[in-house]
Write a protein that binds this ligand. Sequence first.
Ligand code: F6P
Length: 326
Amino acid sequence: MSKIKKIAVFTSGGDAPGMNACIRAVVRTALYFGCEVAGIKQGYQGMIDNNIEDMNRHSVSNIMQLGGTILKTARCLDFKTDEGMQKAYDNLKKNGIEALVAIGGDGTFTGAERFSGKYDIPVICVPGTIDNDLYGSDFTLGFDTATNTVIEAIDKIRDTAESHDRLFFIEVMGRDAGCIALRAGIAGGAEAIMLPEKDTAIHELIEMLEHGAAQKKSSSIVIVAEGDKNGGAFSVAKKVKEMFDFYDTKVTILGHLQRGGSPSSFDRILGSRMGFAAVKALLKGENRKMVGLRSNEIVLTDLKEALTDHEFKLEEDLMEMSTILA
Ligand code: F6P
């Protein structure tokens, strides 16, 4: 075990349920192994602004059940500049910080990769994003909770869709990745799912809906990922309505409610495991790695590898199943 005296933790990019469980695990694991701990507020922005506070066991009491992040978060452009990064480094040194745990998505990882390549402060990253779109981990923190939130919304919308014999288009988050759309669509029994990874032409969607109508479905639900190439739920609904007006049509955009809420048990445990593993990795002398979960084992992946533009693939079996079971 190396002699790191002080570790800092921060969250960056979009918040995700489970981040607090991870912060708690980082703080308590580091203290257990005899390190001091600091929390950096608002991610990279807080590093630049010296918004850094020492933490103890009690700083993380009663936070496991909370959504969001007690350390707050930001998307920071200044950290992309050399001056911004230098300021951040100077502030970390001033606070005696010798290693970092960064919790966030690919933007956070890109910053961490550049920073740890330039300065003598090792960084271990934890994948925290509801999108589930990072290479090297089967699941990211927050994805499970967000998917459950979407399923709850679909169930409620189905009640009213069925009562009024309506067709609903529900837009869910995912600019580049359709993981939430696919899983929530299957679990919510959606009639069709529109994904950024798979071009579904409007006429194909209409065929699916006509098929449902022919089978006497009096209502239907279509899940549209925000990154779908047809331009989002309003646009898809408009195009469908022009060619197929069998149903009264409504649109619901779920938006940021998908990012909030108390984390599921899965995300609480995943956050705890990843925070624990991140500190242990730093103490073993690891640097520029991402902690991930693969086949229920905690593994480390090089940040460079995690950030390589891997062709992101949704599970083929889920894609096939979603159309057959609809
Ligand atoms: O990356 C998480 C995410 O929620 C995406 O699904 C979504 O496209 C984006 O963040 C929204 O970002 P913001 O909260 O900055 O508008």
